[in-house]
Design a protein around this ligand. Sequence first.
Ligand SMILES: Cc1cc2nc3c(=O)[nH]c(=O)nc-3n(C[C@H](O)[C@H](O)[C@H](O)COP(=O)(O)OP(=O)(O)OC[C@H]3O[C@@H](n4cnc5c(N)ncnc54)[C@H](O)[C@@H]3O)c2cc1C
Length: 485
Amino acid sequence: MSPSTALVWFRRDLRLHDNDALVAACDADHVVPVYCFDPRDYGQRSFGGHHSFEFQKTGHHRARFRLESVTDLRSSLRDHGSDLLIRVGRPESVLPDVAAAVDADTVTMHTLPTAEEKHVESAVTHAFADANVSVRPFWGHTLTHIDDLPMALADVPDTYTTFRKAVEAESPVRDPVPIPDIPALPSNTPEVGTLPSLSDLGPETSLSPDDRGVLSFDGGETAGLARVESYIWEGDHLRTYKETRNGMLGADYSSKFSPWLNEGCLSPRSVQSEVERYEDSRVKNDSTYWLTFELRWRDFFQFQFAKHGTDFFHRGGIRHRTDIEWRTDDTQFERWATGQTGIPFVDANMRELNATGYMSNRGRQNAASFFANNLRLDWRRGAAYFETQLVDYDPASNYGNWAYIAGVGNDSRDRYFDIVKQARQYDGDAAYVKHWVSELADLPPTYAHEPWKMSDTEQAQYGVEVGVDYPAPVVDLDASYEKLR
Ligand SMILES: Cc1cc2nc3c(=O)[nH]c(=O)nc-3n(C[C@H](O)[C@H](O)[C@H](O)COP(=O)(O)OP(=O)(O)OC[C@H]3O[C@@H](n4cnc5c(N)ncnc54)[C@H](O)[C@@H]3O)c2cc1C
């Protein structure tokens, strides 16, 4: 019998640890790991459907992070006696070519629940339909395995608390699978290929690292595991996570695991097993529980997208709402996107996002609420802007959270944030606002949050003329809340 050969198609699972698709491939005599930079993931794209608009699919921050992650994966595979074939092209074209060259019998991969990812999977499956190659999908990016859900997918609750209680009670988290011995590449393996450059992937802006950011977010499994080590073990921050998680400045108020989780450099099950090890050896408290609680939010949106499909990308969302008049206003959009709204708490967060690709959860809630509720701009354009910029973008987490805040997702209440109240609560001394909006550095905290309230004399006294040194508000906040009540 001729030796068996498996391709393992790496996607957003850029790791060796806890990787079921890799483990399954390693049953073969030879394994060929492949990664494709799919051109559809880069450059300007239309959102599609009614009221479509253009946006950049992957911006600088995530493109950089992904390139670093693929580089790290290749290096780890080489350390294990293998390699990573890297191609720029559509997986449905690339994979059959590689499979034919190495005479593969199997392709293993991770499946994802969101529309574009599923579309590519179908195209790959279709491309192999007439070949004697079996395509084997695995589920591996959530804490709870999809097969362990205590209900059918169609019955997954649309409210988080009901979902969480059910999985907590009935769905133990599986143990991570160990890294397998990886069989060598076959002798007929084609050229392994070179990594594209950042400019090949076409982000329109190239940025240097910004030392005002919370963390440098180096891509790859090695850096992701190092972040787990430093956050949970060396820094001992898990102990106080619940109290610090609403922070906005510094590396350690929250875990910052999201970019690694979303490119698959970390598996949620491996994070959970570290949480449990920490609970056994150091402390088990509300904070340790809360990290798992947040990972379950991530799961919740993954299963929501598996259930509701593309409804999440429609203006009316999963609730099919038609009663909200979403607006289009390019000037307001630009002011929001560039951090020039004249509302400092929003501007600081948008400037952080643009400079670093990251924004705290508190910041995201406020920036999104301002866009969708105060400005009433089509929430999907704001979400698409996050898609471009976020280093940790995930379709389900991003569009799911946006829909929730815009009142078209998983919450039947209309949910809007009082931006100035939030700023006072979470940035009482205005240190965060001043960190990102340097124009306001010399103002006392109350005026740093509401500069438009300064009299002419005070503006002269502090050297900040509203409308000249810092923008006047793009909207009358009070009037915009009136419309929402
Ligand atoms: C409008 C908006 C858009 C968002 N877009 C994304 C996105 O594209 N990708 C993304 O990973 N998160 C997104 N989030 C959720 C959340 O803001 C980030 O996961 C979090 O800020 C990442 O920082 P962290 O890893 O330090 O979080 P931590 O507080 O340390 O939480 C640990 C992990 O739990 C998960 N998590 C926490 N909160 C949420 C949540 N509300 N929804 C889903 N998962 C959560 C993340 O995987 C996170 O890494 C969004 C939230 C909002 C309000």
